[in-house]
Design a protein around this ligand. Structure first.
Ligand code: SAH
Length: 391
């Protein structure tokens, strides 16, 4: 195994629990090591630190996989997957769900790998050159543990470019006909693992969706950026009088409608539109709602665009708040990695002043526990969620 050496004192972040080394922290970048090769890492004073992936083309030059001298083989992945599975079984012990995020990258000591399990179908994403190279071993290990009916690779993220990786999707193993049905407590969702957004379905909001239920009883609810209807369906389940789901994707709304039918809900209406335009139009029409949920896609993929993203969050939350009846509620989210919680809530507060509403925070939270967060690695946290009473 090739060896990399750090510059003096650059091991501090790693020793504090982080898993990345940036290119400027290495003593040298050997250009002859191919992207994604497993290497060992040493401090300036020649102390062994661990093994991980090297990528000479990425700003994240080294991704730690193990702090001991392990072979990164099929067996390595099997052991990591079994540990990840044990945690999810503890988090979701009863058989009320057949879907969870099995692997949340660094949080499961697998830098650059995401695996979601939708009943018997596994959906895989790789974000590091190393995980891309080892996809055959990864799929072998998944096959051994789960005997899945299908494994799909959903490598369409633009973030892959940062590691020099192409974008593609494919059915890697097994057969996949149409959708796979998952349940989350008392709701059913039909997941299109091959064509749905990201891995096929957003599991990260699963707990937050349930938090709106008490407030959705007899409500006129508006779900903005509804996708497959996660929040909208929970509002229906809670007995909302009417639910309007807005999304710019016709396919996503078709899935939301199919999900409503599957659960026997009749209140759901959909509107294919740009959210900003639709919110303005609804305000002009004088429409008001008891509950508005906002769940936009990531509004910035980079640090430098954070100010623009914050402006967009401010506008969205202002528009949404202006549609809430006095005594109503707003559930607002941000999944932008680069916007931190304090910044996000600050912007929501400013939006409330813009909209001339007082808002009271009832609850804030983050991603579901099958997406664990390492406090030593802020990058593993991305979702911010706030539930507000609107006066
Ligand atoms: N709330 C959903 C997840 C939303 S993901 C859930 O609980 O599962 C973000 C959604 O925003 C995607 O479905 C995407 O199609 C939609 N979207 C992106 N840009 C949009 C825009 N400008 N207007 C409306 N919808 C948009």
């Amino acid at each position: 195994m090739r060896k990399l050496t750090l510059r003096k004192n650059e091991e501090r972040r790693l020793l504090a629990g982080h898993q990345w080394i940036f290119s400027n922290e290495l003593a040298e970048i050997p250009k002859d090591i191919p992207a994604g090769e497993v290497v060992s890492l040493y401090s300036h004073s020649k102390k062994f630190l661990g093994v991980g992936f090297f990528n000479p083309r990425s700003l994240i030059a080294f991704r730690l996989l193990s702090r001991s001298e392990e072979d990164v083989s099929r067996e390595f992945f099997e052991a990591r997957f079994r540990a990840a599975l044990e945690l999810r079984k503890k988090i979701y012990p009863d058989k009320k769900t057949n879907a969870f995020r099995l692997v949340h990258a660094e949080s499961d000591h697998l830098s650059g790998l995401i695996v979601d399990k939708f009943d018997s179908v596994l959906s895989v994403q790789t974000f590091s050159a190393g995980m891309e190279r080892l996809l055959p071993e990864i799929c072998e290990a998944l096959q051994t543990i789960f005997s899945p009916s299908a494994i799909v690779i959903r490598n369409e993220s633009e973030l892959r470019a940062l590691e020099g990786l192409e974008r593609y999707k494919r059915l890697e193993r097994g057969a996949l006909e149409g959708k796979v049905e998952i349940c989350d407590d008392d709701l059913f969702y039909l997941v299109d693992a091959m064509n749905g957004h990201k891995t096929g379905f957003f599991l990260d909001q699963r707990e937050n969706r349930k938090k709106i239920r008490a407030l959705a009883q007899n409500a006129d609810a508006l779900d903005v950026f509804a996708s497959d209807g996660g929040f909208a369906l929970n509002a229906c389940k809670a007995g909302a009088r009417s639910v309007l789901a807005i999304d710019s994707s016709e396919d996503a709304l078709a899935r939301a409608v199919a999900n409503a039918e599957r659960n026997g809900f009749r209140q759901l209406e959909t509107l294919k539109a740009d959210a900003f335009e639709a919110l303005e139009a609804l305000a002009k029409e004088g429409r008001r709602f008891d509950l508005v949920t906002l769940d936009p896609p990531s509004l910035t993929k980079s640090k430098k665009n954070v100010p623009t993203a914050l402006q967009a969050y401010r506008k969205l939350n202002r528009l949404a708040l202006s549609l809430v009846k006095p005594g109503g509620f707003l559930a607002t989210s941000s999944c932008s990695h680069h916007v931190d919680e304090a910044e996000f809530f600050n912007v929501v507060q400013r939006a409330s002043l813009d909209a001339k509403r007082e808002i009271a925070l009832l609850e804030k939270s983050s991603q579901a526990p099958d997406h664990p967060i390492l406090l030593s690695m802020p990058e593993t946290k991305y979702l911010k969620f706030g539930l507000f009473a609107v006066r």
